[in-house]
Write a protein that binds this ligand. Sequence first.
Ligand code: NOJ
Length: 567
Amino acid sequence: MKPTQNDRYWWADRIAYQIYPRSFRDANGDGTGDLKGITEKLDYLRDLGVGLLWLSPVYRSPMDDGGYDISDYRDIDPLFGSMADMDELLREANKRDIRVLMDLVINHCSDEHPLFQKALAEPGCEEEGFFYFRRTSDGNPPNNWRSMFGGSAWERTADGRWYLHLFSKKQPDLNWENPTLRAKLYDMIRFWLDKGLGGFRIDAIVHIKKQPGLPSGPRNEPDGMVDCFPYARNIPGIGDFLTELREQTFDRYQCVTIAEAAGVPNRQLADYIGPNGYFSTMFDFSYAEPYSYGHGWHTCKNPGEWSFRCWRDALYASQLETQKVGYGAVFTENHDYPRAIQKFVPEKDHAPEVQKMLGIFYFFLRGMPFIYQGQELGMTNPGFTSIDRINDISTKNHYRVALADGLEPAEAMRLVARYSRDNARVPFPWDDSENGGFSPAGSAEPWLPVHPDYRTVNAAAELADPDSVLAFYKKMVALRKSERLFVDGTFAPVLKRYDKLVAYTRTGADGRRAAVICSFSDRARTVKLPFAVGKVLLASHGEVALSHCPDGDVLTLKPYQGVVLEG
Ligand code: NOJ
């Protein structure tokens, strides 16, 4: 597969950036980020080299799950502004050759959506069939599926019915088996594409097909419930829905679609992102989290000592499989994770140069790189100390489950500080003024606390510092754009015998090659390269110590050093 301009892969050489609108820039001073705030900052994004801009949801929503609970798909929530603001943002972004992507949340909607409200009010009405409503005779939920946010995936209605929600109880699942509902969704998608949208990031799409009969499963935790994944993720038959979705919508426009499609087996990758795939590309979750949780954060398997080799094997395997069929989307941060440095590097070693190495390791993988707001500043977790400062519903659920399982509040809070999604949702620090310049002076208090480091880690300070993480991200962007091999070059892992090292080559169609070598070790180390180095294209920090030998060069890496070499 050779991505070229003006074809299915027109977007592949772009740099994508994710905005969590509530936390990016508050233009009207109400303490919440808004669309006008984003428009204000488009030049910042253009100067960073951004070509695609994914906005987490800005539709009308009661904000139970940060806008991933939509009550009107065709309107903008007043929190973020108006449709006129959205139109202006699209216009201004297009002027700067930035294509805007919205978040398409169509596995579920909000319980406040008029269709669900009708279904609640009138049992037996047509709209009831747009959701999964069931009655039981024993007073128990229809099955023992656990919701992804904790607790049963079923909620009882006042009149004794149950409805399915794989996420929060305010996010009823839409019943894709219903053709009338599907037609409504396609119509809504075309409405947005007709506005000139660049495409969509597509939320939780692998869950739209449920195992027929919605069967219970053998419990896998003491709570008596079972993970819903085996019954509601990539279930056979999902392809029919996704093909229809593509044909009725995306295929008719020049748009890019990025699926949130965790857990797709390799043998199905081509169906998802091959030349005739359902989507343009999908996020690679194989290496996003080095550890796995049980039914709560406190049952997390080995958080401190995850296996570097297993994690790296997953990364390499996924790169190799993906390049056989299409083109992936790579990332280390988004609005659902704590900051990457927290996941991959012990706290004692957190430093700006380590942030730069973490940038290098993923940015030159084969796939379109996504930068999550604040990542380019090297933001860290803010260190939450009180559950009262948390907004995220999933964090609150995990906290509750931990307390119910006997943890002391202080211990449960330590888990919150480590894993909460709100870690990445605190306001973006623009400068060192009050509230980090997130809101104009004298505004309402921001909806989440500003990061305690905002006086030093902020965009203005980093724009002025040639050695900042931001300046480094700009160098990475420039390098990726300067060499076509970073877009479509073949990926191959190298130096696999070394632990705590991510090392790979990218080889272009003309045989030119670059090597990316990143050390995740806190010690200096020497690595014997299987090739001679032409020149050093980029280094996270310090000099690059190379000695030339007849059978390949020797590289001495500083702790956490990352380099890109020509060779
Ligand atoms: C994935 C989104 O990224 C996350 O923020 C959300 O909570 C769930 N899907 C449910 O929509």
